[in-house]
Structures are given as structure tokens and as C-alpha cells.
Design a binder for this molecule. Structure first.
Ligand code: PLP
Ligand code: CA
Length: 304
């Protein structure tokens, strides 16, 4: 009792787990690749699962690219059988949320990269044109009258003016406040980090006194998108594979999926064990059911 989970599995145990599941959800950065470099063996794992007739989808909180960019990235990194329909990014799911759930009428003010804006436009969602005069300030800039949602994601061209405008739009209680994801930071090579969407969302939450609705992991919405696009998805038949306890493992728990932590990314097994041993039961949702060093550990299971 209280010490369930975090089971490090190998060889035959991996094989029976892969046989038992028919739907695999993979996080991308830290599981499939590190930035522009594929994790060794990952492409073979993905193609072997697909060849065995398993369903494979990718769930990424990276909101900076539209889905077709992921297809080309997968291809470039040696994943030659990944299709658009398998990709669920926080930008794509944000577009679905705005279009199908809240059916937004009016414009969306976006803090984010061009890729996010492109994904929204493909879904027919009007985004406010962002061509700020570099000398403009919040004292003299124009505010659009029909902004019905503010969507915040990773933005490498963030300006104080954008934050100020978003804060003004959020004064209207009818204006929705959405975040693509709430990731705090991302690892870069050489020990550097990149502040994540969550750090920008936090700034706006303080200035607006409001809480954003998060679309990406760990929110269940991404799984709802998957369930609505694949027929007969049974949570009991799914395995969520990720590298971050606070997003991927919690996402899996929130959706009723079995979870697997791979140690090629952000979280360490010691952190998972600490959550497991914690008296705070809410921490137990962050504990993976299974742990592997890398998804390349799946490879022997495909050998006859
Ligand atoms: N958002 C940004 C901007 C990133 O650079 C990354 C990782 O590189 C992520 C999110 C996390 O992506 P994932 O959910 O695939 O780990
Ligand atoms: Ca990740």
C-alpha cells in the first residue's frame, strides 16, 4: 500500500506489456527525440509497433509548429511511416478547442509563434494580426473590439506590449483565457534551459487575476481529441509513454491510462520514487506504472 508503481521493467515484462496494449501514446521531446536528434532506436520502435498493427499517436506540448511540420520532422529524423493523423500537438488541440468546444466568435489574440497562428488559421479561427509598430506602447496602441479569447503559448518574440495588450483583453470577463500548455521550462543541450509556455501564462495570470484553461498535457482534452478521431479507444488498452512526471504521467493518470516513464528526458527515477513515497495522495498521480531507461528497450520484444 502506498508503494505501487515505478516498476522498472525489462525483456520479457516489456514484451508482455506491449502485447497487452493496442494503443500507444508517445510524448515527443525526451522520448522520441532531443530537439533535432532522434533517440537511438526510437524510429525502429515506432515502425515495429505500427507494423504489428498497433495504434501509435504522438502527444506533444510543443505548440511552435503546425502538424505538417511534425510530419516532415519525423520523416527527416528517420520516422518514415508517421502520418498527420497520428499527431496531437498542443497547438492543434488548441485550434480544435476554439473551433469545436467553445466555438469562438470573434478574433483570438495569440501570444505564440507563427506555427501556432498557422494551425489556428487552418482551422478557420481568425487571429489578430500582429504587426506592432516597434515604437508603439500600451498608452497609444489600438485594441481590437472583438477579441473573444487570449491564447498563450511559447513565444520567442514576446514583448512587453503583447503582455500588456493580452492583460487588457482579459479585463473583459467574456474573453476566454487559454494556454496551449503549462510547461515551466525545457532542457537545451549544454545545461541551458528555455522558459516554457507556463512561464508566460504565469505572468498573465498575475496581471489578469485569472486562471488559464490549459489545453495540453496534463489536461484530459488531448485524449478527448484522440478518442474522437480514433474509434473505440479503450483507456485500459492504452500506454502513455513520457519523460516528464508533471505533464506526461499526470496526463496518463488523468485519462485512466497505464503510464511509462522513460529516463531519456527530464524526470529521474528518484523523483518518481519520492512522489510514490509521499504521504500526499495527489502526488501518486505523478507516479509512473512502469519505468524503462529508453524506449529502445522495446526492441528485443520485436525479435522472434
Ligand atoms: N514546448 C516547447 C516550446 C518545447 O521546445 C518543448 C520541447 O522541446 C516542449 C514544449 C515539450 O514538448 P514535448 O511535450 O514533446 O516534450
Ligand atoms: Ca517530453
Amino acid at each position: 500500500f502506498g508503494f505501487k508503481g515505478c516498476q522498472k521493467i525489462r525483456g520479457p515484462q516489456i514484451r508482455s506489456l506491449l502485447e497487452a496494449k493496442d494503443f500507444f501514446l508517445f510524448d515527443c521531446d525526451g522520448v522520441i527525440w532531443h530537439g533535432e536528434k532522434a533517440i537511438t532506436g526510437a524510429a525502429k520502435v515506432v515502425s515495429s509497433l505500427i507494423r504489428q498493427g498497433k495504434n501509435v499517436v504522438f502527444v506533444t506540448n510543443n505548440c511552435t509548429r503546425p502538424r505538417e511540420n511534425y510530419v516532415s520532422k519525423f520523416y527527416r529524423l528517420g520516422f518514415t511511416d508517421v502520418m498527420l493523423e497520428q499527431i496531437f500537438s498542443s497547438s492543434y488541440c488548441s485550434a480544435l478547442y476554439l473551433r469545436d468546444v467553445v466555438k469562438v466568435r470573434g478574433q483570438v489574440f495569440v501570444i505564440g509563434c507563427d506555427g501556432l497562428r498557422r494551425e489556428l488559421q487552418e482551422a478557420g479561427i481568425p487571429c489578430l494580426e500582429e504587426a506592432d509598430d516597434p515604437d508603439a506602447t500600451i498608452y497609444d496602441c489600438a485594441l481590437a473590439p472583438d477579441v473573444k479569447a487570449v491564447l498563450v503559448g511559447h513565444d520567442d518574440k514576446l514583448t512587453f506590449l503583447k503582455l500588456a495588450k493580452a492583460s487588457c483583453y482579459l479585463k473583459d470577463p467574456e474573453c476566454l483565457f487559454l494556454a496551449t500548455d503549462n510547461d515551466p521550462w525545457h532542457p537545451l543541450s549544454g545545461g541551458r534551459i528555455l522558459p516554457g509556455s507556463g512561464s508566460l501564462t504565469a505572468a498573465l495570470e498575475v496581471s489578469s487575476g485569472r486562471k488559464a484553461t490549459v489545453i495540453g498535457k496534463p489536461s484530459r482534452f488531448m485524449f478527448e481529441c484522440i478518442s474522437s478521431q480514433f474509434s473505440g479507444v479503450d483507456p485500459a488498452q492504452c500506454l502513455m509513454v513520457g519523460d516528464r512526471l508533471e505533464t506526461d504521467m499526470l496526463f496518463g493518470s488523468n485519462c485512466g491510462l497505464d503510464t511509462m516513464l522513460t529516463l531519456t528526458g527530464v524526470s529521474q527515477i528518484e523523483e518518481a520514487q519520492e512522489y510514490r513515497n509521499s504521504d500526499l495522495t495527489t502526488n501518486h498521480s505523478l507516479v509512473p506504472d512502469y519505468v524503462v531507461d529508453t524506449i529502445a528497450d522495446f526492441l528485443p520484444a520485436f525479435e522472434e
